[in-house]
Every structure is written in structure tokens, then in C-alpha cells.
Design a protein around this ligand. Structure first.
Ligand code: SF4
Length: 856
């Protein structure tokens, strides 16, 4: 079949799903180019429309073919009856950056003045030029007047002024989603494989949450206004940008010449989760934190952003403060990310012309200095900005040293990198994992597993392989102390240093530029004291944090009027300095469930040195075994060695200020604490659960996820040892292949076998819910991170707790009483066994052969 017949058929099939056709591939653009070059062109309007509007921009392969064709027309090496040389330059100008920039720079040198002028005019509105700025500057310095015009235009920010200002009044129809919506409601994990196909993925928007959401939105749009997404608590949970993509697909506007993607939109929430807020800002969607109790589905409202009011029928029904103060500039530029890139270009252009910095853009508000000291997080971010510390509320751009991406957000990160027109990563370490799709890959996952490695390593990133294990269990091993990073997974929360997880747009931006835009959040200090009691685990300390916060009146479980002191703040933990880094990650990982922006755990030097010494050996073995990019990996190992030579750690100042201080006396925690179905904030002790009369029979038990490490599997197995088959279905999934192989070598897999456990390949497994899942409506006990509705399986009701308790639950088929638990664990895990059980993977302490086997 011909390209046109094929594509029409594809368009019809997609129309049945209510979505536009996929953008053209490079191969299809090759065919299209041949049709456009033909002497006799049929359906020229349709062909031109395809070329103009259905080819991805940036550095996509299809954009490469398109740019090469247009460049050939400009140089009269190719001809088309329907595209003349000037048309070709104009079409090149709409391609945003990347493969179109070279041809446009060539155009500046063209002897045809009209071509040169048009090329300059198109470049003036192109900001994704990166190193090509220097090429244009050099042309200017050699007397090219068109190049000078371009630099002057950038210096005067015409790219910015040519865009309309943010509207002073926006009329919208409300679509209200009461209570809390997490990003899984907006972008279900079960549909993760469609996330890169924004329109198709948007078909799953809210389907598990609302009754007929697509039909409701279609009906509401008949009122003639765009929709506003309104909710009490919006965007908690995962960092996935696909949530915002779906909001924008249904509620935003088209982008001229860019297929399958939209911008704009308005989200109004009494609380908007911080990562979601930032992702909205980055994408050009206006996030407004305002009371929503007087807003209902179907209301026609007028939002006046500069006045900070929402009106209904002429009456003010809600008030807000526009945050950040630079939001109008962000929205005018098309989002925070294009604003930062454009501002950087304008600054460079002004410098090249010897101009001062100017006052073109709004400057971020700077909070008053109260003379107090800095917290640990504020010092880490300050160090990454080259100063002592950053006070809360200050906008800053720290160096992003370590950046992670996982496979369900990876395709979007890849597409964002393409949209940023970047051919290399600027961050020191950018890692990609395949943990979310390893176990039961769909055809689209397999394709990703085959295509993403080349994309990543060609930009000097580090790529893992399917079956290697969970993103965080690897990324943590690449971290440098007291540095800043980010990742396209909401659990990117380093045990050493600090990470501000983000959506794929910001992750791509940080990966490409090596910098992270950040408004420094306030901090909440959690200070542990006393001694951990027998049978009590670190997971109980994780759950002790919300347990104590509820007691202190700083956290409520109810969604309406929800109070959450951690939301958007940095959770800083002190009092557990001797923890191993693997243990510290259990605490930092769970800060995602608190909706915290980030987490720090203050550790002593010794565990950090021990961790780095082990990680250096692991990294060098990865290089030996052919992992790419070798130079990137070696550079990271060398930086670790460098740090160990002079191991200095930052520490919070004694007079640092916190939004709250929560004291937890470990002497008083004498029984396990669990998160109850289905809310990670709804924490109760075993006794409280029994007293509340909650259902305690458990159908399935999952031991796995990034919350686990090898010690927890040993502990679980020791409880199971000698007890025969378990009563609840038991799932075992170690976080990495090194854990799996070590547990097999140590004979623990035979214990799991005797218990009748189902073992899964290392990765996210049930925790992600997009691979295997528990039975419908099952009651589950899990060691994983979160228990949002439907995450582990449709209708599942999930308790979250420790691996030790998981073993007892599996054996009994129900939650034990606190006394039963204490007796069983005391009997099975004797004090003299704990050093061997809770022993971590020290790669520098195994033989060469063992190391090869673990990593191979
Ligand atoms: S194990 Fe769960 S929380 Fe951790 S990275 Fe995988 S899906 Fe996310």
C-alpha cells in the first residue's frame, strides 16, 4: 500500500479511538518527500499539511529527513512544485530547534538576500540553539549583518515579546474531581505503555476514578469554553508528566506545527502536589492553589490571575496568590522550561553585544534574610549553586549531578530530549533503567528496550538492561555525597545528597543542561532518639513519621481540608547517623508518600565511605562487562575516589529553621506500624488495627520494590524457614540481580521455594501494577512503597509494612496481634543472627569471580 493509502487507513483507525494519527516516522517522511518532489503531485494540500503539521520537531529522525529535504530545496539541490525556497525556510523555522538550526544558519550566508533575511527572521524566534549560538556569534563577528540581526533580536528578547502576554481574564468551565486525585488517576500505571502516545494515553484519563470522564468532558465543552481541572488535592503520588500531558490534551490548546501534543490548560486545587505543580509550570499549564469548595462541575468561571480571584456569576468565589511571582513570564514563554532556556539565550546575546543584563524578565522574589543558619538540604543546594546555602522561597538553579529515568517515563523523557533538540547530555551522570517493564514486557516495551539504549548512550548516558533491577537501587549507587539530582520517578530520593524528583520534561531539561530550576522549599525536621526496640524494623520507623505527625496535629488522614506538614517541603532526618546507606534509603524513599519535595538523611562518614568503596568496585565491573557509557561510568567512579580522599560532609547549622520539628522516641515504638488500606498516611499499630476492627485476613503478600534490600529478604526467609507452605499467596521480587544471585547462592531461594512463593525477576513487579498483579479485590500485605487504589491490582486493599511482618502474615494468612508477631520474630531472628542477616552488598569484599557472576 502507498504512503497515502496507509496513512489514511491509520488515520481512520485512530479516529475510531477518538485520537489523531501518530506523527510520521522517518521512513514515512522519506516517502512523503518523494511524493512532494514528483513532477505531478496529487493531493498537494494533504501532502503539505502532513509535512507542515505531522512531523515531530527537534532531533527526531523524522525531523532530520524533513530538515534535509527543506535544506536541499533552499540550496536548489531538490525541487518541489509546491514548496519554493522561501516556503522551505519558513517551514524550517517552525521546527523549534535541532536539525533545522544548521540549515537556517546556512541561510544567513545565502547570497539571495531574501533567503538570508527570512532565515534570520526564523532564527530570531528559535531558542533551542545551544552551541550553535557560538556559530552565529562568529558569523556576526565576521561581518554577517543577518547574524547580527539575530543576536540583537535575542538580546532584546523578541522571541519573548512576540508571544502574547498571559491572559488577564480566562473563562473556563469547571470539571471538578472531588477529594484527592493522584497521578495514577490521571495516567494509570496499567496504561503506561501508551504514555508516549499522548492522545491515546489521554483516553485512560480518570477512567478508574470518575464515571464516564471522556463523555462528561465532551458534554462540558459544549458550553464553548476550555475546561479547568479542579480538585481538593491534585497530583499526589508519582512524578509522571503523562498526568499533565493528559490534562493538557483534554483542556489545553494545539501547538502550531507540533503533532500529538498540546500546551496551556488551568489546574485549580486547594492543594497541588509540588512535583505536579512544577510539571504544570514547565509545560505551560497554569497551576492555581485556591480554595475550591464553591466550585462545582459545570460552573462557568472567570479566572483573573493578576487579581488573584476566581469569579462565578460576577461574584468572587475564591482568592489566591499567583505563585511563583514569575508565572506570567513563564506562561508567556510557553512554560518555565522555555523561559529558562530563552532567558539564558538572551543573557548570552546581551553579553556578546556588550549590553548590561537589562530588566526584560520578572525577577523571582527573594525572601528576607532572617540571619538564621541553614538546614542540611539548604546547604546541599547552596553548594550546588556555589554558595553557602539557599533560604526557603529563593529561586535557584543548582547543578544537577545525577539524573535518573525509568522505562515507563523514559519514552517521554526521550521525546522531551528530542523536543529540546539536544544531541548530548550536559549532566555528569544520566541513567536509564528498565525496571518497570522487565517482567512481562508488551511489544511496545520490547521495542523501547531495543531502541532506547542507542539514544541514551549516543548522548553519553548510562543505560541498564532489563532484569538488572529497580532504578533507585542502582541510581543510589551512583550518587555523590552532598550533591543535587533529580529523576523521572517520584521515588528518586537519594540516601546521600538530595534529589528533587520531577516529571519527564524537567528530567530531560536537567539531563540536557545539567541544571535544575528550583524554588527552595522549607524543611521539616524529624529527629529520632532512643534505641530501636527488639522486633522493630526500619519500616516501622518509616511509618512512625506520619504516625507521630498525626499525633502532633501536623497531618490528617481525611482528604477534605487535609493537613499535611510534609507536602512540598523537604523532610530532613536526624538521629540515625549510623544507618547504612541502603537503610537510609528506606526513609528517604518513603518521603514520596508524604508528598515531600525531597529528603535528606544525615549520616556519619563511615557508612558513606563504606557505600562508595563498594560502589566504585561495582561501577568498574560494569565497565568490564560492557555497560555504556564507559567514560561516564569511569568519571563517576573517579569522583567517588576523589571524595573518599577528603571525606567532608555538610551538616545543618544548630540555629537552622524548620517549618516543624517532629520528635520520635524509638524507645516508645514497641510494635509494628502499618499503613492501612488504601492510604499511605493512614498509619496504625497492629494493636490499633485490631481494635479498630479492620479486616485482617490477607490473601496475598508481596515482598519487593525499591523499599527492600538484601537484608530484608534474608530476614523474611529466616521467619519462613522450616514452616512449610505459607497460607497467603507469597510473591518475592528482589530489587536487583545482585540481590537475587546472592540470595540464591546463600540458599534463601530454597526457603522461598519450600514456602511456595512465586519469585519474580528483579524489578518493580507488583509495586508498579502494570505487569503481574494481585487478584481482583484481594486483601494484600506489601513491603512496597504505596497503596493507592488499584495500584497492585484492581480493587486491591493493601497494608504496607516490613518484610519481617510480611513473613508472619504469609504464614498465618492474616495480620498477627502485636504479641504473636513479637514472639515469632524473637524466636526466628535471634540477636546473634542479625549481623549476618542485615549484611549489605559490599562488592569490594567479594572475590573477582563472585563479582563477575553477580553483575554478569
Ligand atoms: S519499586 Fe515501585 S516505587 Fe520503586 S521504582 Fe518501582 S514502581 Fe516505583
Amino acid at each position: 500500500m502507498s504512503l497515502l493509502a496507509d496513512y489514511r487507513k491509520h488515520t481512520e483507525e485512530r479516529a475510531k479511538l477518538g485520537v489523531p494519527p501518530l506523527p510520521l516516522t522517518a521512513k514515512q517522511v522519506v516517502d512523503l518527500v518523494e511524493l512532494l518532489k514528483a513532477d505531478k503531485i496529487e493531493e498537494e494540500e494533504y501532502l503539505l499539511d502532513l509535512l507542515n503539521n505531522n512531523v515531530p520537531a527537534g532531533v527526531d529522525d523524522a525531523a532530520y529527513v524533513k530538515a534535509a529535504f527543506l535544506n536541499a530545496i533552499v540550496h536548489e539541490d531538490a525541487h518541489s512544485h509546491v514548496i519554493d525556497r522561501m516556503d522551505a525556510v519558513k517551514i524550517l523555522g517552525k521546527m523549534l530547534g535541532g536539525f533545522n538550526v544548521g540549515p537556517l544558519i546556512d541561510g544567513l550566508r545565502n547570497r539571495n538576500v531574501a533567503i538570508a533575511q527570512e532565515s534570520a527572521d526564523q532564527l530570531k524566534n528559535t531558542i533551542l540553539v545551544y552551541a550553535d549560538f557560538e556559530v552565529i556569534k562568529e558569523l556576526m563577528e565576521h561581518g554577517n549583518l543577518f547574524a547580527k540581526e539575530v543576536i540583537e533580536s535575542w538580546a532584546n528578547a523578541e522571541w519573548f515579546y512576540n508571544k502574547p502576554e498571559m491572559d488577564k481574564e480566562i473563562t473556563l468551565t469547571v470539571y471538578k474531581i472531588p477529594g484527592e486525585t493522584n497521578t495514577d488517576d490521571l495516567s494509570p500505571a496499567s496504561e503506561a505503555f501508551t504514555r508516549a502516545d499522548i492522545p491515546l494515553h489521554a483516553n485512560s484519563f480518570l477512567v478508574n476514578r470518575m464515571d464516564k470522564p471522556l463523555e462528561t468532558m465532551a458534554e462540558l465543552k459544549k458550553k464553548g469554553h476550555p475546561l479547568a481541572y479542579v480538585g481538593d488535592v491534585v497530583g499526589t503520588g508519582s512524578s509522571r508528566k503523562s498526568g499533565i500531558n493528559s490534562v493538557q490534551w483534554h483542556m489545553g490548546k494545539d501547538i502550531d506545527g507540533i503533532p500529538g501534543k498540546r500546551t496551556g490548560g488551568v489546574v485549580i486545587g486547594s492543594i497541588i502536589a509540588p512535583i505536579f505543580f512544577n510539571t504544570a509550570e514547565d509545560s505551560g499549564c497554569i497551576p492555581i492553589q485556591a480554595p475550591v469548595d464553591k466550585l462545582e462541575t459545570g460552573d462557568v468561571i472567570t479566572v483573573k490571575p493578576f487579581d488573584g480571584v476566581i469569579e462565578k456569576d460576577g461574584e468572587v468565589v475564591s482568592e489566591f496568590k499567583i505563585e511563583p511571582n514569575t508565572l506570567p513570564d513563564e506562561m508567556r514563554a510557553g512554560g518555565r522550561v522555555p523561559l529558562i532556556i530563552g532567558k539564558g539565550l538572551t543573557a548570552k546575546a546581551r553579553e556578546a553585544l556588550g549590553m548590561d543584563a537589562g530588566d526584560i524578565f520578572m525577577t523571582p522574589d527573594i525572601p528576607e534574610d532572617n540571619g538564621k543558619g541553614f538546614t542540611l538540604a539548604q546547604k546541599m543546594v547552596g553548594k550546588a549553586c556555589g554558595i553557602e546555602g539557599i533560604k526557603p522561597g529563593t529561586y535557584c538553579e543548582p547543578i544537577a549531578t545525577t539524573v535518573g529515568s525509568q522505562d515507563t517515563t523514559g519514552p517521554m523523557t526521550r521525546d522531551e530530549v528530542k523536543d529540546l533538540a539536544a544531541l548530548s547530555f550536559g549532566a555528569d551522570m544520566v541513567m536509564q533503567s528498565f525496571c518497570h517493564t522487565a517482567a512481562y514486557p508488551k511489544p511496545s516495551d520490547i521495542e523501547l528496550q531495543h531502541t532506547l539504549p542507542e539514544f541514551w548512550t549516543s548522548r553519553k548516558g548510562f543505560i541498564l538492561r532489563p532484569g538488572d533491577g529497580v532504578i533507585h537501587s542502582w541510581l543510589n549507587r551512583l550518587c555523590l555525597p552532598d550533591t543535587v539530582g533529580t529523576g523521572g520517578d517520584s521515588h528518586t530520593r537519594f540516601p546521600i545528597g538530595i534529589s528533587f524528583p520531577a516529571g519527564s520534561g524537567l528530567v530531560a531539561f536537567a539531563g540536557v543542561t545539567g541544571m535544575l530550576p528550583l524554588t527552595m522549599p522549607e524543611s521539616v525536621l524529624v529527629r529520632f532518639s532512643g534505641e530501636m526496640q527488639p522486633g522493630i524494623t526500619l519500616r516501622d520507623m518509616v511509618n512512625a513519621i506520619p504516625h507521630q505527625a498525626i499525633k502532633d496535629g501536623l497531618l490528617t488522614v481525611a482528604k477534605a481540608g487535609k493537613k499535611n506538614i510534609f507536602s512540598g517541603r523537604v523532610l530532613e532526618i536526624e538521629g540515625l547517623e549510623q544507618l547504612k546507606c541502603e537503610q537510609a534509603f528506606e526513609l528517604s524513599d518513603a518521603s514520596a508518600e508524604r508528598s515531600a519535595a525531597a529528603c535528606t538523611v544525615y549520616l556519619d562518614k563511615e557508612p558513606i565511605i563504606e557505600y562508595l568503596e563498594s560502589n566504585i568496585v561495582l561501577i568498574e565491573e560494569l565497565i568490564n562487562q560492557g555497560y555504556e557509557d564507559k567514560a561516564t561510568l569511569q568519571r563517576r567512579a573517579d569522583k567517588m575516589k576523589e571524595w573518599i580522599k577528603n571525606p567532608e560532609l555538610l551538616k545543618a547549622d544548630p540555629d537552622a529553621e524548620y517549618a516543624a520539628v517532629i520528635e520520635i522516641n524509638m524507645n516508645k515504638i514497641t510494635e509494628p506500624i502499618l499503613a492501612c488500606p488504601n492510604d499511605p498516611d493512614d498509619v496504625k499499630t497492629l494493636t490499633e488495627i485490631h481494635e479498630a476492627g479492620l479486616k485482617t485476613e490477607i490473601d496475598e503478600v508481596f515482598v519487593g520494590s525499591c523499599m527492600t534490600n538484601i537484608g530484608l529478604f534474608r530476614a523474611n526467609a529466616e521467619v519462613l524457614r522450616g514452616e512449610g507452605a505459607v497460607k497467603a499467596k507469597l510473591w518475592i521480587c528482589p530489587p536487583t540481580k545482585m540481590d537475587e544471585k546472592t540470595l540464591q547462592e546463600e540458599g534463601y531461594y530454597s526457603v522461598f521455594g519450600m514456602a511456595g512463593a512465586r519469585t519474580e525477576i528483579p524489578g518493580c513487579s507488583l509495586c508498579m501494577g502494570n505487569q503481574a498483579s494481585v487478584a481482583q479485590n484481594a486483601y494484600v500485605f506489601s513491603t512496597s512503597t504505596r497503596n493507592f487504589d488499584n495500584r497492585l491490582g484492581k480493587g486491591s486493599q493493601v497494608y504496607l509494612g516490613s518484610a519481617e511482618l510480611a513473613a508472619v502474615v504469609a504464614l498465618k494468612g492474616k495480620l498477627p496481634t502485636a504479641t504473636e508477631y513479637a514472639e515469632i520474630v524473637a524466636d526466628k531472628i535471634k540477636p546473634e543472627m542479625t549481623d549476618e542477616i542485615y549484611k549489605y552488598l559490599n562488592f569490594n569484599k567479594v572475590s573477582k569471580e563472585e563479582l563477575e557472576a553477580m553483575v554478569g
